[in-house]
Design a protein around this ligand. Structure first.
Ligand code: GLU
Length: 303
């Protein structure tokens, strides 16, 4: 089976310890399967991007011996492809304009007494699903239930994670009609990631476990756009001293790459790989061999 994997960082800051784990895991898995490894810079959310962070991330990866096999893709150059995908969904009657402000959505949620968990987007109550009622169009949303009904997809949507096993989500109920194009005109991560994974021929996605919850939405969009669904594996998160996941948002420090082998060893430890103290090349080679053996990463299922 061909294997094309990828690492898709958002350039909101330099790599931190957690993102190096995701990068290393995706690189090792690609190499262990004799596959290709691609890097895509996910710079659609321009207000959150930091100028120069993309080049810094690429440099940091290269310092760790992680070099992509084909030229890097930047999402900021992919608007036409996202627009074409949105047009396809509109033509099918599966995407609709939404005129709700954030405040209106929050107010209607309070009325519906929907609890909003941390790190999850609010479930959209479907206000504009049947028309804008005189409001101006702001965002575009996917009509989740219509896609499910017309494509006769099962609810809940189930999928297999190679590490976490069987997963499921009732997208209509737990997420609702999610945004494809935001009110500020920017493309939503869900649409961009699905269009680009398909355009780059990605067959295997290996990424941090904090993104597990997005997978059902992405699989639904793949169905809606007639695209193949890759295999998914979500790797353990690196937690900070406060027990929270390390992320640029909660101030994770940039990786100290004065000793790249040490940084790689820490990332490898999170993947339950043995440390290697000789050189980066030796370490990467040793871990590729280890990653070929399912015993090294517990519970891991073969591709
Ligand atoms: N760009 C996303 C992030 O940095 C990752 C997207 C993905 O791997 O699917 O959080």
């Amino acid at each position: 089976m061909p294997y094309v994997g990828r690492f898709a960082p958002s350039p909101t800051g330099p790599l931190h310890a957690g993102s190096l784990v995701a990068a290393l895991a995706s690189w090792l898995d690609a190499r262990a399967h004799g596959g290709q490894w691609l890097v895509r810079i996910e710079d659609v959310d321009t207000p959150r991007c930091i100028p120069g962070a993309d080049q810094l991330i690429l440099q940091q990866l290269a310092t760790c011996g992680l070099v992509p096999d084909v030229p890097v893709m930047w999402q900021s150059q992919r608007s036409d492809a996202y627009q074409a995908a949105l047009n396809t969904l509109i033509a099918k009657g599966w995407a609709y304009p939404c005129g709700c402000s954030r405040k209106e959505i929050e107010d209607s949620q309070a009325l519906m007494s929907h609890a909003r968990e941390r790190h999850t987007a609010a479930v959209y109550p479907g206000t504009c699903r049947n028309g804008l009622n005189g409001k101006a169009a702001r965002a575009w949303r996917l009509n989740v239930q219509r896609v499910i009904d017309e494509l006769q997809l099962a609810t809940p949507l189930t999928w297999q994670d190679r590490l976490l096993g069987s997963q499921q989500q009732d997208v209509a109920k737990e997420v609702g009609d999610f945004v494809l194009r935001r009110a500020d005109g920017l493309w939503a991560y869900q649409l961009a990631v699905v269009v680009d994974d398909a355009a780059q021929g990605i067959t295997h996605i290996v990424r941090g476990a904090d993104l597990t919850d997005n997978t059902a939405r992405q699989i639904l969009l793949q169905h809606a756009l007639g695209l193949a669904t890759p295999s998914y594996m979500h790797t353990p998160l690196v937690l900070g001293e406060n027990g929270e996941k390390l992320s640029k948002q909660n101030g994770a420090e940039a990786l100290d790459l004065s000793d790249p082998l040490q940084a790689l060893n820490r990332a490898a430890q999170a993947l339950k790989l043995n440390p290697c103290l000789t050189t980066i090349d030796d370490a990467l080679h040793q871990w590729v061999q280890a990653s070929r053996s399912p015993a090294i990463v517990p519970q891991r299922q073969s591709v």
